[in-house]
Design a protein around this ligand. Structure first.
Ligand code: ADP
Ligand code: MG
Length: 246
């Protein structure tokens, strides 16, 4: 499989504190890859550098072989790197389907977004995306009354409306019950398989990760200490030592 994202010797310091040091890895086409590690390991700092929100102290990020280090979030987004956003207050009054329709309108850069009946466009496409995340039966509900887990699945549908080739999800299962976490990861794995996109996500709960990821990376105190399959990572002595507590 071809390499989509290549990260080389990425590092970030805040004052004298090294949040991320010398991290190198690749994400390939059609891959579901996890970045795990305890709180404060540097996962979000890594993600923010990949998304253009934080400038690296050193190192390089390439997308399809092109250097995108330090590019703006907007540019990274335009190149097909999607991310999940939390649904903001503005859209709470709209229905589930309307939220996805607005994302589709925005993706197709239609100026009709400002017309009063814009939310009627892309209805069928929105319903197809909702079916993909298992929410077709909730299309006409107001977002404001959704359960937390459903809101997370809606956020996934909205991210997919932008047709990303690589989707970055920073702790997508945060705040969810264990069973919901597993279900969301199962769903994400199915979408990766069906759409052929790549997903890189962070998580601090190892159990959620091992079931569905193709590859797992472990970050500890800013350093990447493992990168491999679930079996390889489980067997890694350093991972057992610093992450599993022996
Ligand atoms: P994780 O997402 O793995 O929990 P973070 O990337 O959020 O870890 O944090 C890694 C380290 O960098 C922590 O020690 C954190 O306190 C520090 N850090 C993160 N962001 C900032 C910032 N903007 N300013 C100073 N320190 C930061
Ligand atoms: Mg974090």
């Amino acid at each position: 499989m071809s390499v989509i994202l290549k990260v080389e010797h990425l590092a970030k310091s805040f004052g004298g504190v090294k949040a991320v040091s010398d991290v190198s890895f690749e994400v390939r086409a059609g891959e579901l890859k996890a970045l795990i590690g305890p709180n404060g390991a540097g996962k979000s700092t890594c993600f923010n550098m990949l998304m253009g929100q934080l400038k690296p102290s050193s190192g390089r990020v390439s997308l399809d072989g092109q250097d995108i280090t330090g590019h703006s979030p907007r540019d990274v987004w335009r190149r097909g790197v999607g991310r999940t956003f939390q649904i903001t207050g503005t859209y709470q009054s709209m229905t589930v389907a309307e939220n996805v329709q607005m994302a589709l309108i925005s993706h197709h850069r239609k100026i009709y977004a400002f017309l009063p009946r814009a939310h009627l466009m892309y209805r069928d496409e929105a319903l197809a995306l909702l079916a993909l995340v298992g929410m077709e039966d909730q299309a006409n509900r107001a977002c404001a009354i959704l359960a937390y887990g459903d809101l997370k699945r809606l956020e996934l549908a909205i991210a997919l409306a932008h047709e990303p080739r690589l989707l970055l999800m920073d702790e997508p299962t945060a705040g969810m019950a264990p069973r919901e976490r597993i279900a969301l990861m199962q769903l994400t794995a199915d979408i990766v398989a069906e759409r052929g996109i790549s997903v890189l996500f962070t998580e601090h709960d190892m159990d959620v990760v091992f079931a569905h990821s193709h590859h797992i990376m472990v970050l500890n105190r800013g350093e990447l200490i493992a990168d491999g399959t679930a079996a390889q990572v489980r067997a890694n002595a350093r991972v057992q030592e610093v992450y599993l507590g022996g």
